[in-house]
Design a protein around this ligand. Structure first.
Ligand code: 5GP
Length: 190
């Protein structure tokens, strides 16, 4: 997606060879017009599948998922929570996720009310690195007896192994921008 790649080139910054910072339009400040185009592009790529629900993880995935949902007939969006809270139902699916950026394990939780057996679920997220977040969501979809129809990723770091791990499991991944390398603090696309 050229619009997205140009935005990454002009506004993205490279912290080290592992982490791309896109706080100015995706992870902290949000550019709604760009996210709207991203939502449209996910619909174009997954036009051939029936989607009943979109699943993401808080916080950065939420805006992306909401924008995309408009193009999938306003299907419900559910975001996995990372923090226990009194508001959370007692009956929940849980999965453990290793966070590559924070270098620690955390739990993601989804109420059993918001994901049902037999539903077709599309996962969306901001980044794909080592695949931990997506695998955690996949685990929850499996626990619920729902069907994963695909994974839509805004920025894939193709030099990390998440994409390969998911594809080896037969999971369809559509990434809108694929980064080959961040070496020498230079962003190179695949
Ligand atoms: P994974 O679980 O695939 O290893 O990493 C995906 C999650 O880690 C994403 O939800 C994202 O929040 C975060 N992440 C991984 N790599 C990057 C990165 O280079 N930049 C930013 N901003 N977030 C990242």
């Amino acid at each position: 997606m050229e619009l997205l790649k140009n935005k990454i080139l002009t506004d993205g910054t490279v912290n080290n060879e592992e982490v791309l910072k896109v706080d100015s339009f995706l992870n902290h400040q949000i550019e709604a017009a760009l996210l709207n185009e991203i939502g449209k592009e996910f619909k174009r790529r997954f036009a051939d599948v029936k989607v009943d629900r979109i699943l993401t993880v808080e916080a950065s995935g939420i805006a992306i998922a909401v924008m995309a949902a408009q193009y999938f007939g306003n299907v419900p969006v559910v975001f996995a929570k990372k923090q226990e809270s009194r508001n959370l139902d007692a009956d929940i699916y849980r999965s453990k996720v290793y966070s590559f950026t924070k270098d620690k394990e955390y739990e993601i939780m989804v109420s059993k009310r918001y994901i049902s057996e037999g539903e077709n679920v599309l996962i969306v997220d901001d980044f794909l690195a080592k695949g931990g977040a997506v695998l955690g969501m996949t685990d929850i979809i499996n626990q619920a007896g729902a069907n994963l129809v695909g994974v839509g990723i805004v920025i894939e770091k193709s030099y990390q192994d998440g994409s390969q791990i998911l594809q080896e499991k037969g999971i369809r991944v559509e990434s809108l921008a694929c980064i080959k390398s961040l070496k020498d603090k230079t962003i190179r696309f695949k």
